[in-house]
Design a binder for this molecule. Structure first.
Ligand SMILES: Nc1nc2c(ncn2[C@@H]2O[C@H](COP(=O)(O)OP(=O)(O)O)[C@@H](O)[C@H]2O)c(=O)[nH]1
Ligand SMILES: [Mg+2]
Length: 426
């Protein structure tokens, strides 16, 4: 049993400020709902932070704030090439050239809820270079999010490191992109690891791309959505071709949180936080597919999918087999029903069709299997929360479902809806 103040006191002062600000930004009904959960569950700070994150995301997704992303980095690393992939309108295309200095001023493309700024090289040499660097930094200051691009061949050396430190001082969420990875002959992993070490980042905080051929651009979009979940709606509106990736990202994040909740040693039945997480996920997916629905409606939808019931039945069935600790099973099932629900809502929002209960059941079972296999690597003793969450994420990312975008209308769905006309819409 805990109150928000007790929970806040567990964070480091810096994090506490952020969580507190996040908490205060939440509308009262959401605060009340989270307080109820807090009182019911001996909740851990990490879990709470995730719940607050999710709640905050719901709130910000609804408020539909306009986001500005600025692409910065040294000259000739491929910033304009990347920019051209991220914008929609051909008339806004930036000029790309083999010589440094092709881009001299900031160029902004407005995609309604979203805008992206391309900047000149920020590695000043001489007077002209200094002016351009200042323009680039002005663009960076205006941003809500920075994409910092370096060249994989040039690597990250002293000048790059200095520029990175200068940009880091703006204290904005950022992503580091290591472009021209196609030109690297050595091991890609080692190049990334080296850049990460120089910048004092985790390798996972760097995305390697080949902007020329448009490779891994979807990872850039996903990484932005992960680091800065507020941008999900904006990104999905500006870049509808990445909707599936964004929705899948929302599913993986919700499923790993659901898994953590499932692993809390409490009866599996009627677990309010699970409904909160799943409702939030359905809401995110609805926003990605541009449905204006309320959180209440999203929660109703989660109930109509009937997965709570399915999860309980599966839990009973599998626990009879024995051999697995209950919390492992509960974590896997909480995560897999969340995935099934996410998938079902994508189909629902795209097609207005409901998956059959056989499809849902099969998918839930398949994913439970995948996750239980992924948990095997965790070893015998009770895993840490981070390890459990990571195992869920890995299991899902490596599953075939991750790449099986429901390509509605073309290839058959792995878990199809019933055939025949259906005019219902969410
Ligand atoms: N091989 C390779 N070349 C690239 C890549 N991205 C951009 N380029 C090339 O690098 C040069 C500079 O690109 P540009 O986008 O103008 O760089 P900017 O100065 O950072 O805006 C151009 O000739 C691009 O075609 C990449 O991923 N791989
Ligand atoms: Mg350029």
């Amino acid at each position: 049993m805990s109150t928000i103040d007790e929970v806040l006191s567990e964070f480091s002062p810096r994090t506490r400020e952020k969580v507190k600000a996040a908490w205060e930004a939440l509308p009262k009904p959401l605060q009340d709902e989270l307080e109820t959960i807090l009182k019911a569950v001996p909740i851990q700070p990490q879990l709470l932070r995730r719940l607050i994150d999710i709640a905050l995301r719901q709130y910000q997704t609804i408020s539909g704030k306009k986001n500005k992303i600025t692409i910065v980095g040294p000259a000739n690393v491929g910033k304009s090439t990347l920019y051209n992939h991220l914008i929609r309108s051909k008339t806004d295309q930036a000029e790309v050239g083999p010589l440094p200095g092709t881009t001299r001023i900031n160029q902004e493309a407005d995609a309604g809820f979203f805008s992206i700024i391309d900047t000149p090289g920020a590695d000043a040499v001489g007077d002209v270079g200094e002016i351009e660097k200042q323009r680039a930094l002005t663009g960076a200051r205006q941003a809500d999010f920075l994409i910092i691009v370096f060249d994989a061949i040039q690597g990250v050396k002293k000048t790059e490191q200095e520029l990175f430190e200068e940009l880091a001082e703006f204290d904005k969420p950022f992503l580091v992109v290591l472009n021209k990875i196609d030109l690297v002959k050595r091991s890609e992993e080692r190049v990334i690891a080296k850049a990460a070490a120089t910048l004092n980042l985790e390798p996972s905080q760097i995305v390697a791309t080949n902007a020329k051929d448009g490779k891994n651009i979807e990872h850039v979009v996903m990484a932005i959505a992960k680091i800065d979940p507020e941008t999900i709606t904006a990104l999905s509106r500006a870049l509808p071709e990445f909707r599936w990736q964004l929705a899948w990202g929302a599913i993986v994040s919700a499923a790993s949180t659901a898994g953590l909740i499932g692993a809390v040693p409490l009866p599996f039945v009627d677990f309010a936080p699970l409904v909160a997480v799943q409702g939030a996920m359905v809401l995110s997916i609805a926003r990605i597919y541009q449905y204006e629905i309320t959180l209440e409606r999203a929660k109703e939808l989660t109930v109509t999918f009937g997965l709570g019931f399915l999860g309980r039945a599966l839990f009973q069935e599998l626990s009879k087999l024995g051999g697995l600790p209950g919390y492992v099973l509960a974590a896997a099932i909480a995560a897999s029903t969340t995935v099934a629900m996410g998938y079902a809502s994508i189909v629902w929002f795209e097609k207005g069709e409901k998956l059959t209960s056989e499809s849902l059941q099969k998918m839930t079972k398949d994913i439970t299997d995948i996750l239980l296999k992924s948990f095997k690597n965790l070893g015998k003793s009770r895993p840490s929360k981070t390890a459990l969450q990571q195992a869920i994420q890995n299991g899902l990312e490596n599953s075939t479902l991750a790449s099986q975008q429901p390509d509605l209308g073309q290839s058959p769905l792995p878990y199809p809806p019933p055939t025949g006309p259906n005019t219902q819409s969410p």
